[in-house]
Design a protein around this ligand. Structure first.
Ligand code: BG6
Length: 491
């Protein structure tokens, strides 16, 4: 599914000297350049609003590359060549009086070249930026706008932002990024599910006992205290990344792998999520906050200390038991979990199959362990299938679990997963399959909003957990109540 760019483009990075551009977007374009994927005649307009940034654009980028790129990735000679594609621009996205007159002239004679406007700026000025682009007559039929999460704070604010963008761009021109969809294993999930009859037959409540989806992080606030404290793990991770993964795991087969077909199926899943409201919120959700503890033998401060405020009740951990009310998934719980400062960095989907319906082996053959499929996204990208087999070292029949291990990092030569690069090239090429439709975001908010509201209205205080643990005890109790437990895939 590699995107091939076959004609020149203009990529316009608003917020071009900001963190996202310097850490992810420009390095992605550099990688594309190194792999000869940028057509001649293309341009990357790096926009900033400060004179100092404008004057030093190239050296700012070079310094950032040296700092943020992988070891041995940066090459001074290649950077010089790459720099030829970069055009610095000074414009204030929110104020038409500042810089737009000159900015417009950059596009003269390039009306037929696709324009990709990437808004690496705060969402509150997405609307102003789109309005100014329109006012400057820069939005052509072959233009797209790429926006980042968080789009809004709840359903209403998300709708308001979406509407402002929609006043100037058609839905098919709007590319909402969820960088999890750029991860190679996530796309591989579609390949796995829809090209193997094995899984076609067994992907439902008849064969599957339950599904766990976890995104565990070791990092804390990473200098984003203000944003994070206003958002919390539910808005930062569950509303988007976790529900996107859930959508891909649970959706029906699209009749074609086109953007609209895939998104339509994901929307159906999100709409079929059973609402968790009233006192069920207490029963089926856990919110936690970390206190100081050791992560990999290093003492890390608690959330409140990192924040510098003694009172915040923002959650840094969420666990949820979700259900999808449709035929395929009736009675199959989906356990979702995410948290900061946890024991290990790992993101995975665990499909726990049911046990065989009858155990014909003698008791001394050992216990049967039900099959399990593990799709790991981080830190390595791999899939594992746990099967039962005979222990070959013994004459008598003793059964033991064995793993079929598919490690993509090792097996695909040269494979490196750079989610942003993939998504950027897709947006440039006009392939929207891996981007979020407005209705998907809306369905996700509809599901998370009542949970957040309940927590707020009922003053649900986060359960504390030690940094370096797997979250609060209540998270284990959530599964224990169903006689299950979180699966540690390293065991
Ligand atoms: C971002 C969140 O969307 O995803 C961050 O805002 C989080 O809080 C990050 O750390 C995790 O992404 P990844 O790819 O490092 O797992």
């Amino acid at each position: 599914m590699t995107t091939v760019l076959d004609k020149p483009f203009d990529l316009i990075l608003f917020g071009g000297t900001g963190d996202l551009s310097l850490r992810k977007l420009l390095p992605s374009m550099y990688r594309a350049f190194m792999e000869d994927e940028i057509p001649q005649g293309s341009r990357i307009l790096v926009c900033s609003r400060k004179q100092k940034d404008f004057d030093n654009t190239l050296s700012i980028i070079e310094t950032a590359f040296k700092k943020f790129m992988l070891k041995d990735e940066f090459c001074a000679k290649s950077f010089k060549q790459f720099a030829k594609y970069i055009q610095p621009a000074m414009v204030d996205v929110a104020d038409y009086q500042k810089g737009w007159g000159k900015f417009v002239t950059f596009f003269e004679g390039r009306e037929s070249i696709p324009r990709i406007f990437y808004l690496a700026i705060i969402p509150s000025i997405y609307g102003d930026c789109c309005e100014n682009l329109d006012r400057a007559n820069l939005v052509t039929d072959d233009s797209r706008v790429v926006v980042e999460k968080p789009i809004g704070y709840d359903q209403n604010s998300a709708e308001a932002i979406n509407q402002k963008i929609a006043n100037h761009f058609k839905e098919e021109q709007i590319y909402r990024i969820d960088h999890y969809l750029g991860k190679e294993t996530v796309q591989n999930l579609l390949a796995l599910r829809f090209s193997n009859s094995l899984f076609e037959q067994f992907w439902d409540s008849k064969s599957i006992d339950h599904i766990q989806i976890s995104i565990n992080e070791q990092v804390g606030l990473e200098g984003r205290a203000e944003f994070y404290d206003g958002a919390g793990a539910m808005r930062d991770m569950v509303q988007n990344h976790l529900l996107q993964l859930l959508g891909l795991v649970a959706m029906e087969s699209p009749n074609k792998m086109g953007a609209d077909n895939i998104r339509t199926e994901k929307i159906k899943v999100l709409q079929a999520l059973r609402p968790i409201t009233g006192d069920d919120v207490k029963k089926y959700t856990v919110r936690g906050q970390y206190v100081a503890g050791n992560v990999e033998e290093k003492l890390e401060p608690g959330y409140l200390e990192e924040l510098g405020s003694g009172t915040s009740q923002t959650e840094t951990f969420v666990a949820i038991r979700a259900n999808i009310d449709n035929w395929r998934w009736a009675q199959v719980p989906f356990y979702l979990r995410t948290g900061k400062r946890l024991k290990r960095r790992s993101a995975e989907i665990v499909i726990q199959f049911k046990n065989v319906s009858h155990n014909a082996f003698d008791a001394d053959a050992g216990q049967l362990v039900p099959n399990r499929l593990i799709i790991q996204l981080q830190p390595e990208e791999r899939m594992q299938l746990l099967l039962m087999a005979k222990d070959m070292t013994q004459l008598k029949t003793v059964l033991k679990p064995v793993k079929l291990d598919l490690n993509f990092t090792e097996s695909s030569s040269g494979f490196k997963s750079f989610g942003y690069k993939r998504l950027l090239l897709d947006a440039i090429a006009g392939n929207a399959s891996l981007f979020i439709h407005r209705d998907e975001g809306s369905a996700a908010w509809q599901w998370v909003d009542p949970i957040i509201d309940y927590w707020k209205e009922n003053n649900v205080v986060p359960d504390l957990y030690r940094a370096g643990s797997w979250g609060p005890n209540e998270s284990d109790e959530l599964l224990a109540a169903d006689k299950r437990e979180w699966i540690d895939i390293e065991k």
